[in-house]
Design a protein around this ligand. Structure first.
Ligand SMILES: *Cc1c(COP(=O)(O)O)cnc(C)c1O
Length: 382
């Protein structure tokens, strides 16, 4: 089977891991953790980063740091990975699910503006969702497939209503938006994931970046059990969310190759797009003009007329040893979030059933990609 996306451990991973064992720095303190944070901050275009045990932990931490708490609502796109909604739930909050824009598959600022104008009121200086009475505590745009959302518009709307923005930038390290690096798009905090299926991995892990030293300091404090001083004093109920030096060792080795790995992802995406450009019944993944995507995943979208045959096509391609997969099932169709407040979701409802993701490991060989392209062209032309 040609896999969807596997880690590309082509650098100093083994050497750095060996160093951890030899120095006994295998836990949450160690030089690789500090180095990893500096490398992530550099790549995101920020001063600092806080490394976390996972991307989900990073998002939970970021939402807690901006004040999301019990009974609140967190605005997010319905089309996202379940971790975005889970992080809100872990704060005791509920997602408020809005639609994505068809041109980018990211949170649609026009929808955001519309629901804020029509469905919220201000009570005692706090933005409240009129129907439920819940406070609107954060807006979480998701950088789908490594493509930043339209952040200038989203940040402006959220700012007008006084709601902090926390970006789920899980797979977007290396992307830019209107020429700016991905950590500097106006979100109070941004989360990156280093899970095994991301372009750059630490085995597992995450990081939170931002421009406010106070907010990042709070995130760091919360991630280390909110411990004060060297004794067993804690001033809040915190988390044990720190990344280990072992994971950071892998992360550092991967970060040394970030540019190369992202370039490989973009090359793979471009080749699929070119190869399927004349193929009837399919269209490419969106590439909005405002972003240079990190192209985390590649694939195509089946035309509505072909969507019925999706399951059979997928089975045929998997039988040909190609690891073809669907993409995220939206949150309003997931058991824990079925009853979450939501806007109209025509794009999310339509698009997710027609998305096909294709093998896109950064070490996918030219011959392997040619085989994938050839197999798919033959079955769709027939
Ligand atoms: C991968 C991913 C996450 C979760 O990150 P983990 O490190 O696996 O916890 C969250 N949101 C999105 C959009 C992701 O792609």
């Amino acid at each position: 089977m040609i896999p969807l996306a596997t880690p590309n451990l082509c650098g100093n991973e083994a050497r750095y891991l060996q160093e951890c064992v030899e120095t006994t720095f295998v836990s949450t303190v160690g030089p690789f953790v500090n180095r990893f944070e500096a490398m992530v901050a550099g790549a995101a275009g920020t001063e600092q980063a806080v490394a976390t045990a996972s991307g989900t932990a990073g998002l939970h931490l970021a939402l807690t740091a901006v004040g999301v708490g019990h009974g609140d609502l967190v605005v997010m796109p319905a089309l996202t990975f379940v971790a975005t909604a889970n992080a809100a739930a872990q704060c005791g909050a509920r997602p408020w699910l809005l639609d994505v824009d068809r041109e980018s598959w990211t949170l649609d600022p026009a929808r955001l503006q519309q629901v804020f104008a029509r469905e919220t009121t201000v009570r005692d200086g706090v933005l409240v969702h009129a129907a439920t009475g819940a406070r609107v505590a954060a807006v979480v745009p998701v950088y789908t497939l490594g493509t930043p959302a339209d952040m200038d518009a989203i940040v402006e709307i959220a700012g007008t209503y006084g709601v902090p923005v926390v970006a789920d930038a899980a797979a977007a390290l290396g992307a830019t938006y209107r020429g700016r690096p991905v950590g500097r798009l106006g979100a109070a905090l941004s989360m990156f994931s280093f899970n095994g299926n991301k372009t750059v991995t630490a085995g597992g892990g995450g990081a939170v970046t931002g421009s406010s030293p106070e907010l990042l300091g709070l995130a760091r404090h919360l991630s280390t059990t909110a411990r004060v001083g060297a004794d067993y004093d804690h001033d809040r109920s915190g988390f044990n969310y720190r990344l280990t030096n072992l994971q950071a060792a892998v992360g550092c080795a991967q970060m040394e190759n970030l540019d190369r790995l992202v370039a490989a992802k973009r090359r793979i995406r471009a080749r699929y797009d070119e190869s399927f450009a004349d193929l009837p019944g399919v269209s490419p993944f969106p590439q909005p003009g405002w972003a240079e995507s990190a192209c985390w995943f590649s694939g195509f979208v089946l035309d509505p007329g072909r969507a019925e045959g999706m399951a059979a096509l997928r089975e045929a391609w998997r039988a040909a040893s190609i690891d073809v997969r669907p993409f995220w099932k939206p949150m309003h169709l997931q058991a824990p979030y079925r009853d979450s407040p939501r806007g109209e979701l025509p794009v999310s409802d339509d698009i997710w059933r027609r998305i096909v993701t294709l093998p896109c490991s950064t070490h996918l060989s030219g011959d392997e990609q040619a085989y994938v392209i050839d197999t798919i062209r033959r079955s769709l032309q027939g």
